[in-house]
Design a protein around this ligand. Structure first.
Ligand SMILES: [Zn+2]
Length: 261
């Protein structure tokens, strides 16, 4: 097995267990509950979930999305987050290889998955998740700079974080209904990591996020699934735009560099 394949496999397995943890984060952080205690329990019968029923993706499929004891329905969000995080970690490993950038971007992507889920379910971006994501990925990018000596990238990331935070802060001041303060904090974290990849990545990320938001809103309004006053979970689009840009933004960034505006 080559080193690249080993990294991809290890990343997929890590993604499954991190995804399982993210499900706990999504459920408990908005309620202000502890992440470590008590152990996960069935929302229907309150029975503690046994280790064999807590295997990522597999247990949900074997039990067909129901509790072993009371048959209560278990949301498909659980296996989707687990499999999705595994797929994203694998893609990050392929993109960044054996470097400190891989765990740094993994931390960023994992935080975005959790934030997108909470925003989708509750129109909320808990500051605890945003801060932990920014500090964890920022620290790992710091280690990357220390080992590679590429401190300039970190400086660009810091500048992009400040600019994104500032712009979103102004928009929030002008009209808090456009975007909440959670979006302002998240924009800073996104600016840091995308800016570390390059200022053009930060630009692409926010453009893709807003484009996806506009397309989704047009579709939902056009098909009558949404009213004009219905709030949009903007954090979901910021997260999606960032993930797409981190994994697939390189060709666009290269095009922009060879065709200056
Ligand atoms: Zn149950």
């Amino acid at each position: 097995m080559t080193a690249a394949v080993a990294l991809a496999v290890a990343s997929a397995l890590a993604g499954l267990s991190v995804g399982s943890f993210l499900n706990v984060v999504v459920h408990r952080v908005p309620l202000g509950q502890s992440l470590v205690r008590p152990r996960s329990a069935c929302p229907g019968c309150a029975a503690t979930i046994a280790a064999r029923d807590n295997i990522p993706v597999v247990s949900w499929l074997v039990l067909r999305g129901r509790c072993r004891r009371c048959q209560a329905h278990i949301s498909a969000r659980y296996p989707i987050v687990e499999a999705g995080t595994a797929a994203l970690f694998t893609a990050v490993a392929v993109r960044f290889g054996w470097s400190w950038a891989t765990p740094a971007v993994d931390a960023f992507v994992a935080g975005l998955v959790a934030l997108a889920c909470v925003d989708l379910e509750r129109y909320l971006l808990p500051r605890r998740i945003v801060y932990v994501t920014a500090v964890l990925s920022g620290s790992l990018l710091l280690v990357d700079s220390a080992t590679t000596g590429r401190w300039g990238r970190l400086a660009v990331g810091a500048v992009c974080a400040a600019v994104a935070f500032g712009l979103f802060w102004v928009l929030n001041r002008v009209n808090p209904r456009w975007l909440g303060y959670g979006d302002v904090r998240l924009a800073g974290a996104i600016g840091l990591v995308l800016g570390w990849l390059g200022p053009d990545y930060a630009l692409i990320g926010f453009l893709v996020a807003n484009l996806a938001g506009v397309v989704a809103a047009a579709f939902l309004l056009g098909t009558g699934r949404m009213q004009r006053k219905t709030p949009m979970p903007y954090g979901v689009f910021l997260a999606a735009g960032s993930v797409v840009t981190v994994l697939a933004g390189a060709p666009v960034a290269q095009y922009l560099q060879s065709h200056p505006i």
